[in-house]
Design a protein around this ligand. Structure first.
Ligand SMILES: *[C@@H]1O[C@H](CO)[C@@H](O)[C@H](O)[C@H]1NC(C)=O
Ligand SMILES: *[C@@H]1O[C@H](CO)[C@@H](O)[C@H](O)[C@H]1NC(C)=O
Ligand SMILES: *[C@@H]1O[C@H](CO)[C@@H](O)[C@H](O)[C@H]1NC(C)=O
Ligand SMILES: *[C@@H]1O[C@H](CO)[C@@H](O)[C@H](O)[C@H]1NC(C)=O
Ligand SMILES: *[C@@H]1O[C@H](CO)[C@@H](O)[C@H](O)[C@H]1NC(C)=O
Ligand SMILES: *[C@@H]1O[C@H](CO)[C@@H](O)[C@H](O)[C@H]1NC(C)=O
Ligand SMILES: *[C@@H]1O[C@H](CO)[C@@H](O)[C@H](O)[C@H]1NC(C)=O
Length: 477
C-alpha cells in the first residue's frame, strides 16, 4: 500500500473568514430557476450509527445522501465526496465541483451532516439529545458512508477494487475535509479544504479585523460610525431603531448587535463588498442618515436577497428544541460552537467595527429567572451558550479540539493556496454565492483571475494525487 506524499490541499483564501458567524450558514436560495442550481436533489438513505464511540450502543438513524453519476467513468473513475456542513443538505449543488467531476470522470456523492436537515437521530433537539452532535461523530459518519457506498458500488458493478476517493468541503465542512484526511488517511487519496477552519479559536478577534481590512479604510470608517450611532440610538430610542431594521423581535440588545455585525460581514465574506460599501460611502458623502442607509442595506440585501431570517438571532427562538422551526440549524450550529469550536466573533480591543458589546471583556448583565432576578455578569457568547442550552453548559473546550486535530499544525502534508480577498469558498462556489450561478462561475468575483489561478492549482494537485493512488486502490490491500 502506497500513500501519496502530499495528500491535502488547503485552499485557504486570504480571507481566513472562518465559519462565518454562528448564524451565517450557507443558504442557496431556491429560485424559480433552481433546477440548474443542483446537479441532483434525489435523496438516498443509509443506516448510520448514532454513537460511534460506545461499543454498547448499537442504535441507528437514517442518514440522507445524494449521488451524481452523469460524469462517472465507470467502473474505476474517482469518487468525489462533497462534505455537507452545518445546514440542510438539499442536494448536490451545481458549482465548481461539477466542473471538476466532468474533468476527472468522477462520481460525486454527498452525505448530510448528522442532525441537520432530514438526518436527525431524534425527534427533538433538546440539549440532552444533542450529545451525539460533534465533528468527531460526523467524521466517523463519513468513514462509514465511504465504506457503505464503495461496497454497494462494488456489488452493483461486480468488482472488488476500490475506486480512488477524494474529499472536498468549504468552511466548517472544509475543516472536516482536512480532518477526514487526517483521521482516515486510508480512505481517501486527498482532501481539499476550501477556507477550511482547522484551528478552533476562542476569542476570534481577527475576524473583525479582516472585515475591516477587506472593506478598506473608507468603508471601515463609515461602518464604525454606524456602530457608534446605533449604540447611541439603542440608549435613546431602541424601539424605533429595531423597527427600522425589521428586527423588533430581537429584544436582547446583544442579539440585535450581533445581527447587525453579521449583516455587514456577509457582503464582504462572500466577495460582494460593493453591495455594502458603495451605498454607505455615498450616503456619507451626501450627508444622509447613515443608520437609515445601513438599514436599507440590511433589509434589502441581508434579509430580502440573502434570505436571512431575523429569528435565527433571537435567543428565545434558539432555545426551542422543536425540529423544523426555522432556527433549528442555527440552534445546532450554536451547539457545536458552544461545545467544540467557539470561533466567538468578538470585538478586538482596539479599532473594531462591530460593537464592543459583542466582546468577551464587556460584561453583560442578565437576569436568571430562577434565581430571584439576581444580576449576573457574563459575557455575550458564553451567556448565549448557557441561555440556550442550560446553565450547566461549560462552554467550548477549544484546547481539547485543537489537541485532537492539531489546529494549524495538523499532521498531514499540506499545500496551501492563498487568494487575497477572494471571498470565503469562492474557489469552489464562484460568485455570487447566494443565488449561486451554475458551475460556480468566477466571473463576478472581486478578483476572478486570482480565483481561476487557484483553480488551476487545484486541478494540478488533484490530478497528481489521484494518479499516485490510482493503482494501489486506497483501502484494497
Ligand atoms: C435500515 O434498517 C432498517 C431496520 O433494520 C431496515 O428495515 C432498512 O431496510 C435499513 N435501510 C437501509 C437503507 O439499509
Ligand atoms: C462477477 O465477476 C466474477 C469474476 O470477475 C465472474 O466470475 C462473475 O461471473 C461475475 N458475475 C456477474 C453476475 O457478472
Ligand atoms: C420590513 O417590514 C415592513 C413592514 O412590516 C415590510 O413591509 C417589509 O417588507 C419588510 N422588509 C423586509 C426586507 O423584510
Ligand atoms: C489602538 O489603535 C491606535 C490607532 O491605530 C494606536 O495608536 C494604539 O496604539 C492602539 N492601542 C492598542 C492598545 O493597541
Ligand atoms: C478572551 O479575551 C478576554 C478579554 O480580552 C480575556 O479575558 C480572556 O482570557 C480571553 N480568553 C481566551 C481563552 O483567550
Ligand atoms: C488553553 O491553552 C492555552 C495555551 O496553551 C492556555 O493558556 C489556557 O490556559 C488553556 N485553557 C484552558 C481552559 O485549559
Ligand atoms: C455580474 O456582473 C455583471 C456586471 O457587473 C452584472 O450585470 C450581472 O448582473 C452580475 N451577475 C450576477 C449573477 O450577479
Amino acid at each position: 500500500m502506497r500513500f501519496p506524499a502530499a495528500a491535502i490541499s488547503l485552499a485557504i483564501s486570504a480571507l481566513i473568514f472562518a465559519v462565518a458567524s454562528a448564524q451565517l450558514h450557507f443558504r442557496v436560495r431556491e429560485t424559480s430557476s433552481s433546477s440548474s442550481s443542483y446537479l441532483t436533489k434525489e435523496e438516498h438513505w443509509m443506516n448510520q450509527t448514532i454513537d460511534h464511540f460506545s461499543p454498547y450502543d448499537r442504535r441507528q438513524f437514517p442518514q440522507r445522501y445524494y449521488e451524481y453519476l452523469d460524469e462517472f467513468r465507470s467502473p474505476d473513475g474517482p469518487i468525489f465526496v462533497k462534505i455537507c456542513g452545518e445546514s440542510v443538505c438539499s442536494g448536490i449543488s451545481n458549482d465548481y465541483l461539477g466542473v471538476l467531476a466532468k474533468k476527472f470522470g468522477a462520481a460525486v456523492v454527498s452525505l448530510e451532516h448528522r442532525y441537520y436537515g432530514k438526518s436527525s437521530p431524534f425527534d427533538s433537539f433538546s440539549t440532552e439529545n444533542l450529545r451525539y452532535l460533534s465533528s468527531k461523530q460526523a467524521l466517523f459518519d463519513l468513514a462509514v458512508f465511504r465504506q457503505y457506498y464503495q461496497e454497494s458500488l462494488n456489488a452493483k458493478l461486480n468488482k472488488s477494487m476500490d475506486n480512488p476517493w477524494f474529499v472536498f468541503g468549504i468552511s466548517y465542512a472544509g475543516a472536516m475535509s482536512a480532518w477526514f484526511r487526517l483521521k482516515f488517511p486510508h480512505l481517501t487519496c486527498g482532501s481539499l479544504a476550501s477556507s477550511g477552519v482547522v484551528l478552533a479559536v476562542y476569542n476570534f478577534t481577527k475576524f473583525d479585523e479582516q472585515v475591516g481590512e477587506s472593506a478598506g479604510p473608507e468603508c471601515k470608517a463609515v461602518l464604525q460610525e454606524i456602530t457608534s450611532l446605533v449604540e447611541q440610538r439603542l440608549e435613546s430610542n431602541q424601539k424605533e431603531l429595531k423597527k427600522l431594521f425589521n428586527a423588533s423581535k430581537l429584544s436582547k440588545d446583544g442579539d440585535f448587535l450581533y445581527f447587525l455585525a453579521d449583516a455587514a460581514v456577509t457582503a464582504i465574506q462572500y466577495g460582494d463588498p460593493d453591495e455594502l460599501c458603495n451605498p454607505l460611502t455615498e450616503a456619507k458623502k451626501a450627508g444622509d442618515d447613515l443608520v437609515e442607509a445601513y438599514a436599507k442595506y440590511v433589509k434589502e440585501y441581508y434579509i430580502d436577497y440573502f434570505g436571512v431570517d431575523v429569528e435565527t438571532y433571537d435567543q428565545q427562538q434558539l432555545k426551542k428544541d422543536k425540529i423544523s422551526s426555522s432556527s433549528s440549524s442555527a440552534r445546532l450550529w450554536w451547539f457545536q460552537v458552544c461545545t467544540e469550536v467557539a470561533y466567538f466573533q468578538v470585538a478586538p480591543a482596539n479599532d473594531s467595527i462591530r460593537s464592543s458589546k459583542i466582546d468577551t471583556r464587556q460584561v453583560y448583565i442578565y437576569y436568571v429567572p430562577t434565581s430571584k432576578s439576581l444580576p449576573f455578569l457574563l459575557i455575550y457568547h458564553l451567556d448565549l451558550c448557557k441561555k440556550v442550552f442550560g446553565d450547566d453548559m461549560p462552554g467550548p473546550d477549544v484546547n481539547a479540539t485543537n489537541l485532537y486535530y492539531g489546529g494549524k499544525d495538523i499532521a498531514v502534508p499540506a499545500y496551501i493556496i492563498k487568494c487575497h480577498n477572494c471571498g470565503h469558498g469562492s474557489d469552489m462556489r464562484g460568485c455570487p454565492q447566494s443565488r449561486l450561478v451554475p458551475k460556480g462561475d468566477a466571473k463576478n468575483c472581486s478578483s476572478p483571475d486570482a480565483v481561476n489561478k487557484v483553480r488551476q492549482n487545484i486541478i494540478t494537485y488533484i490530478d497528481q494525487w489521484l494518479s499516485e493512488c490510482q493503482f494501489s486502490g486506497v483501502s484494497a490491500m
